[in-house]
Ligand binder design. Structure first.
Ligand SMILES: Cc1ncc(C[n+]2csc(CCOP(=O)(O)OP(=O)(O)O)c2C)c(N)n1
Ligand SMILES: [Mg+2]
Length: 336
């Protein structure tokens, strides 16, 4: 895949080709993860991002590598967007020692300080406060880096959001709050969780700039995040973006998704971001069918490679059990 610096020209041919390959990798990686889950190669929780890829793709081209990302448990695609390898991500799903969290976090807890990816969090809404903390650190250190803090429509109903919005505005922190409104929190629709259905309006109480965005469009996501990032870098403080998106699959692997109709799912699939980007590439004759096929093959090979890597990787050794957990430092006698 091209490097990020190659695609900075806004909406050039290179940008579209980058979006296409990146989103295809996210999707094929997760389709494979879904299959492997069925084969019990992957266990525990597993939440797929399929359908929401344009949010991650637009976010990455609108930011720089030094910016920090944090999200909830639906974290595979954002980690890949941040440049984490398919190998370290698949190995983490397998629970292997070569995984990005040494095989101890699993699907919900991808993490890489090196890539500016700060998780992967299972407690709904907890990462909203931590995301503001990441932004505080950047401001404290005097960098112009920003933090992108992703959370769901369900998380937007948590008290954590209000306390964080208050402090983030008071301190004008360089944080962009990104609510990925995929219409459901597990099986509960947005309409059943609040009187306020336009989540971006929650920012009004804190006089925080906010916008509502089409999350099936990489272009719209990129432009909105770019505006918010510019404001944050120039010490203008936070922004809330409600990005309207949709997950094609169930909440997690054990969700039969009976709370929505097939028609509703089909309606969103018509706006599929990968098909849309491919269509734009072909319409503009920016790539031949053979060139697209070469990208498809490259992605397929990368996914096959990461599965083989995960299969062949070792399990964490026994002495890893009490490393990187509070117990070791707080209660050192446990190790003896
Ligand atoms: C504090 C807390 N309450 C409840 C749960 C159980 N839970 C896990 S995911 C989820 C739904 C969250 O939905 P949303 O924020 O919209 O994110 P999405 O899954 O749609 O990406 C809930 C209630 C939890 N993990 N943490
Ligand atoms: Mg949701």
């Amino acid at each position: 895949m091209q490097t990020l610096t190659d695609v900075k020209t806004k909406f050039s041919k290179e940008t579209y080709l980058y979006w296409y390959e990146l989103m295809l990798l996210m999707r094929r990686f997760e389709e494979k993860a879904g299959q492997l889950y069925g084969m019990q190669k992957i266990r525990g929780f597993c939440h797929l991002y399929i359908g929401q890829e344009a949010v991650a793709a637009g976010a990455i081209t609108a930011t720089k590598p030094e910016d920090k990302f944090i999200t909830a448990y639906r974290d595979h695609a954002l980690a890949i967007a941040k440049g984490m390898s398919a190998r370290e991500c698949m190995a983490e799903l397998y629970g292997k020692a070569t995984g990005c969290s040494k095989g101890k976090g699993g699907s919900m807890h991808f993490f890489s300080v090196e890539h500016g990816f700060f998780g992967g969090h299972g407690i709904v809404g907890a990462q909203i406060g931590t995301g503001a903390g990441l932004a505080f650190a950047e401001k404290y250190k005097g960098t112009d880096n920003v933090a992108l803090c992703f959370f769901g429509d369900g998380a937007a109903r948590q008290g954590m959001l209000h306390e964080t919005f208050n402090m983030a505005m008071t301190w004008k922190l360089p944080v962009i709050f990104i609510c990925e409104n995929n219409k459901y929190a597990m099986g509960t629709s947005v309409e059943r969780t609040s009187n306020v259905l336009d989540i971006y309006k929650l920012a009004d109480a804190y006089e925080m700039p906010a916008d509502s965005i089409d999350g099936m469009s990489c272009e719209a996501v990129h432009e909105a995040i770019e505006r918010a990032v510019k404001r944050a870098r120039e010490a203008g403080g936070p922004t809330l973006l409600e990005i309207n998106t949709y997950r094609y699959k169930g909440h997690s692997m054990s969700d039969p998704a009976k709370y929505r109709t097939k028609e509703e799912v089909e309606e969103y699939k018509e706006k599929d971001p990968i098909s849309h980007v491919l269509h734009t590439i072909l319409e503009n004759k920016w790539a031949t069918d053979a060139e697209i096929e070469a990208i498809n093959e490259r992605v397929k090979a990368e996914v096959e490679d990461c599965v083989q890597f995960a299969e062949e990787s070792p399990w964490p050794s026994d002495d890893e059990l009490l490393k990187d957990v509070y117990t070791q430092e707080d209660y050192p006698f446990i190790v003896d």
